[in-house]
Ligand binder design. Structure first.
Ligand SMILES: Nc1nc2c(ncn2[C@@H]2O[C@H](COP(=O)(O)OP(=O)(O)O)[C@@H](O)[C@H]2O)c(=O)[nH]1
Ligand SMILES: [Mg+2]
Length: 420
């Protein structure tokens, strides 16, 4: 399936510097890529204000239509939040699908929301965004809609729009109730989940464009999903570290921080970060070549503290050092950090080893003797531990193993080597 093609478009107001404007467009391009769009063009206009009817001025709308046709673009992504009627009118004139910045971000959150709380949060934000747009669509559909609804068995000649609006209101209220109830049981649930899984989990966090997804791919190599049944519920943003380690480490990619996050989306953004709370280690990826990296770093740390991830150990990774940044200065200022480039295989290997070492620091070793009659256990031994050495004699096999204390103890209690 070929990617959907998009044109990124924006009005530059007089109060916005070229630098700011370009940075915001670059961020939107990145967000579009995250959604699977191929960005085929950029379209901008300097203007004192947004056009009330359709965001761009009349002549510019014609130009945009021509550009869209030339590039066979499916979508126009607007780098502002625009009103339902602006969006509707622009779509009508230019063709294709018009998505504003808020909608793009909501769509990304929607894909990343995994916990029930995150899902409910994002759905509330989406419904809030949709409600006025449905109203606009109903208005545009006009009297025909109203006439039809009169015979539709609805009470009191309610239009589609009104009915939809009421449904949305009810649904938001319902979700809010669910959220309140979930907030109560939240902490107990989290610790229970951690116990049950006992999995070694790493979450990549940081600003959008820092290189999280690139590192995720490099660290987990395979495009193939983790096939193991145990992990059947994992989606594409959770993969096992590759080459595989003992214990097996699962890496997840989180939704990136966004510089221009619409105010109304802050709560749902934070809830999509929930995942970070389930990790035993946070790898905080920072674009060392970005002039504003220190501010980004501080904001990320602040938000992580706010969502209750203060105590989750962090590994600070300065990425993109091939593009710029002062390696020595970074090392001096942030002790324990890793300075690297995702483009360097040896750097990626170093990060892989640093993550593996974090989870191996608590591992213990033991020697087992498995009589031939107990060979069925071999599978379990190999699945849960690293076998450092194996010798066999007439009665069975000696294994020297290393693994997590719990797993090793269980095996050792049964098969601890007590004979030579
Ligand atoms: N030069 C350079 N580019 C990188 C590096 N890591 C990632 N990139 C590029 O930076 C852009 C954003 O990367 P991505 O992984 O999508 O960032 P994410 O938003 O944090 O997931 C992509 O174009 C990557 O190819 C790096 O170490 N060096
Ligand atoms: Mg990404």
């Amino acid at each position: 399936m070929s990617a959907k093609r998009a044109i990124v478009a924006a009005v530059q107001l007089a109060s916005v510097s070229d630098l700011e404007f370009e940075a915001s467009l670059a961020e939107l391009r990145q967000l579009a890529k995250t959604l699977g769009f191929e960005v085929v063009g950029t379209f901008t206009q300097k203007r004192a204000g947004f056009d009330k009817t359709a965001y761009f001025g009349t002549g510019k709308r014609e130009e945009l239509k021509a550009l869209r046709e030339e590039h066979a673009a499916d979508a126009i992504l607007i780098d502002h939040e625009i009103s339902p009627s602006q969006s509707f009118n622009l779509e009508k004139e230019v063709g294709g699908e018009v998505m504003d910045r808020t909608m793009v971000i909501l769509e990304i959150f929607h894909r990343h929301a995994r916990s029930r709380i995150a899902r409910a949060q994002v759905e509330i934000a989406r419904l809030g965004y949709m409600a006025p747009r449905l109203r606009e669509a109903a208005k545009q559909a006009g009297p025909k809609d109203r006439a039809r609804s009169g015979t539709g068995g609805r009470s009191g000649g309610e239009s589609h729009g009104e009915l939809d609006r009421r449904k949305i209101r009810d649904r938001i209220a319902e979700l809010q109730k669910e959220l309140d109830a979930m907030a109560l049981g939240r902490n107990t649930q989290r610790s229970r989940r951690q116990d049950r899984q006992g999995l070694a989990r790493v979450a990549l966090v940081g600003y959008t464009n820092a290189g999280k997804s690139t590192l995720m791919r490099a660290l987990t190599k395979s495009e193939a999903l983790v096939a193991d049944k145990l992990f059947a519920t994992l989606d594409t943003t959770v993969r096992a570290l590759h080459p595989e380690t003992v214990p097996r480490v699962l890496v997840s990619d989180t939704v990136g921080f966004i510089k221009n996050l619409p105010h109304g989306l802050v709560a749902s953004f934070k809830s999509t970060l929930d995942e970070a709370l389930e990790a035993s280690l946070l790898v905080h990826v920072v674009d060392a070549s970005d002039a504003g990296f220190e501010r980004q770093l501080a904001v990320t740390e602040e938000v992580l503290d706010e969502i209750g991830a203060k105590d989750v150990p962090r590994l600070l990774v300065f990425n993109k050092i091939d593009r710029g940044g002062e390696e020595a200065a970074l090392r001096a200022k942030y002790p324990g950090c890793l300075v690297m480039s995702a483009r360097s295989e040896s750097d990626v290997a170093k990060l892989h080893d640093a993550i593996a070492a974090f989870f191996q620091r608590d591992l213990v070793e033991a020697e087992l003797f498995l009589p031939w009659a107990a060979q069925k256990v071999r599978g379990e031994v190999f699945a849960t531990c690293k076998v450092l050495e194996e010798r066999a004699d007439g009665e069975g096999a000696f294994l020297r193993i290393r693994g997590e204390p719990q797993a090793v103890k269980r095996l050792h209690d049964q098969f601890g080597r007590n004979r030579q």
